[in-house]
Ligand binder design. Sequence first.
Ligand code: HMG
Ligand code: MG
Length: 311
Amino acid sequence: HFPRKVRIVEVGARDGLQNESVPVATATKLELIRRLSDSGLAHVEAASFVSPRWVPQMADHREIMLALRDSSAESPTTMSTTTKSATTYSALTPNMKGLEAALECGVREVAVFGSASESFSQRNINCSIAESLERFAPVVEHALKAGVRVRGYVSCVLGCPYEGEIAPAEVAAVARELKAMGCYEVSLGDTIGVGTPLKAKHMLEQVSREVPITQLAAHFHDTYGQALANLYAVLEEGIAVIDSSVAGLGGCPYAKGASGNVASEDVLYLLEGMGIETGVDLAALARTGDWISRELGRPNGSRVGQALMAS
Ligand code: HMG
Ligand code: MG
């Protein structure tokens, strides 16, 4: 049942950097994004059009997306050297204000982000789950009218930092609404990395009754060291889109203790070992992970990255 190919959505420049306490220069972010694209990643999440008061690290969203639009227009720099195809750069847009700014910057793909937990929804986007869905509907509608694709996120799919266990039925209900609104894909976030493989499978079984598995992605954080095991479990169920972060950068400012997303290098090593194609150059990505870890003055959060750079 394992897929033959997996699409990696690289979220390090967004989910990763949003949680860095030291300011990261816009030029460094752009260099990171260029290197990620050059390693063959076809989808790089690059910014969030959110309030700079809530997430200061994403305050340069306009500069980032305008620079990527301009470099795409000039073409070669954003053509991945491995796949020779253009990279999609996406951005988070929680409301109309965010979407309008994103459209002004020529963004071609956006994401709305909801939660399966009421408390997390309040803390993260300052509204209830029902209010968030009401807010997302016009965002998705306007984006689609403008020819922009929309991805949906559901947070806390395997647990919440404030509520603990979350029922899979809650996840399925939010995922169903996001798909019904017009999201082409729904990414299931284990925001605080508390899941284990059989729970991940069970959750996915319930969600895939509402949204076909071909329209679902796994977005797992590695806080408890379970992310690769959980990914193996959902790959076996047919998941073929994985969100990951170079060097395991990341966390979430509204989920204390949420360490990085599963490292992209670790995911690639797992997939290569299983004979699953990704189109990404692992050695190039490991060099990028090593470079950004040094830039940020933090240890490399990828075990595979560490091993490759030491050998
Ligand atoms: P709010 O305070 O309820 O919004 O925040 P508001 O509409 O009342 O506006 C308040 C102020 O924010 C106003 O400014 C607005 O202009 C401004 P003021 O007049 O006070 O100067 N504002 C904005 N500024 C820039 N861009 C915007 C925007 N909207 C309003 N789009 C809001 C609501 C959603 C804006 C806020 O809660 C927010 O920005 N939250 C961001 C939270 C966030 O980014 N979290 C991290 C991403 S989610 C995540 O990481 C999980 C994920 O990885 C999956 C997983 O792991 O589970 C996706
Ligand atoms: Mg996340």
